[in-house]
Write a protein that binds this ligand. Structure first.
Ligand SMILES: *Cc1c(COP(=O)(O)O)cnc(C)c1O
Length: 331
């Protein structure tokens, strides 16, 4: 595998031209309730309204369309059952490129169907994510299919960074941008775009208290393994990869702070988004709201909160939004 350099701001401008017409430009809207509560102007980037239900389409489309034509024609393959799998399946079918998403027998039927409906071939192999990954490796080695990872890839990061360009256009004097964080592709991309135009802007990553791999890795000074635990923010699960090449370094160098939110706070934020803003947001997508409501963003100034996804089981969502909110810790 060739060692590729880290993405630079120019790659993000190139990504924007590449994915134009394949993704939608999502709205940035002021939120009056959160602004009043925080005492500063707060805007929401409604990226959960992106096609396929998450921002992942930006990076997937950019990585796919950036492959040279012969390589692309042989197809793409991935082991993601979540938002990246959905995004890649859709981007590939739109581009007329074969896509195979590998998953284990344990993946629930509704996830399998969702990915199939987006136009990908689903291959069920073995009983673990490792078995699925072995099939991905085999397809890549034997058939030359391109293996695209969900975050640690220069073109994926550049694609996610196009969100940053939109934020700068819509709110040039932004001061703080609050971004959900797992493997760091989203945060690295946005940070690269925003800081290159406005070095004084603050970039804050938010993740769940339990199983926060990037947070633990930043503390350790290198990528480390953490135990995976269930969370309402299921799209934030998983490690950063011990052989991480891009996202760890970019997050370490560009990001001002990483804060952690509890499961109760995430539930409150899903409920808040629905009741106050009429937005259906999944747990991972709501962590920025959770952090602001918990008072974890210090001296926020003009703030943007990125809502990153909406793929939540709607029965689960109904339960959460009809539950009782936890008490606020702030007056
Ligand atoms: C993948 C994902 C994230 C985290 O993105 P990373 O690039 O892995 O940090 C956040 N929110 C949602 C909805 C996601 O699907």
């Amino acid at each position: 595998m060739t060692a590729r350099p880290h993405p630079v701001p120019q790659d993000i401008y190139r990504a924007r031209r590449m994915i134009a017409g394949h993704v939608v430009r999502t709205p940035l809207v002021p939120t009056i309730t959160l602004s009043n509560d925080a005492g500063v102007p707060v805007h929401l980037k409604l990226e959960h309204q992106q096609v396929t239900g998450s921002f992942k389409l930006r990076g997937a489309a950019n990585a796919l369309l950036s492959l040279d034509p012969e390589r692309r024609a042989r197809g793409v393959v991935a082991a993601s059952t979540g938002n990246f799998g959905r995004a890649l399946a859709f981007a590939a079918s739109q581009a007329g490129v074969p896509a195979v998403i590998c998953m284990s027998k344990l993946v629930p039927g509704n996830k399998v169907e969702a990915i199939r409906a987006l136009g990908a071939e689903v291959r069920i192999v073995g009983t673990s994510q490792d078995d699925a990954q072995e099939e991905v490796d085999r397809l890549s080695a034997e058939h030359g299919m391109a293996m695209l990872p969900p975050f640690d890839h220069a073109d994926v990061i550049a694609g996610q960074g196009t969100i940053g360009l939109e934020l700068l256009e819509d709110l040039p004097d932004l001061e703080t941008v609050v971004v959900p964080l797992s493997g760091g592709g989203l945060l690295a991309g946005i940070a690269l775009a925003v800081k290159s135009a406005n070095p004084r802007a603050r970039l804050i990553g938010v993740t769940m208290e339990r199983g926060a791999a990037m947070h633990a890795s930043l503390r350790a000074g290198m990528p480390v393994l953490v135990e995976e635990v269930e969370s309402l923010a299921d799209s934030l699960g998983g490690g950063v990869g011990l052989a991480n090449r891009h996202s760890f370094t970019l997050v370490r160098d560009l990001v001002d702070d990483v804060v952690l939110v509890s499961e109760t706070r995430i539930a409150d934020a899903i409920r808040f988004a629905y009741r106050q803003e009429q937005q259906v947001v999944e747990g991972a997508g709501a962590v920025g709201i959770a952090a602001l409501m918990a008072g974890l963003i210090e001296r926020p100034g003009r703030t943007i909160i990125v809502l990153s996804g909406r793929n939540i089981d709607m029965n689960r969502h109904a339960e959460i939004v009809s539950g009782q909110p936890a008490e606020a810790t702030r007056a």
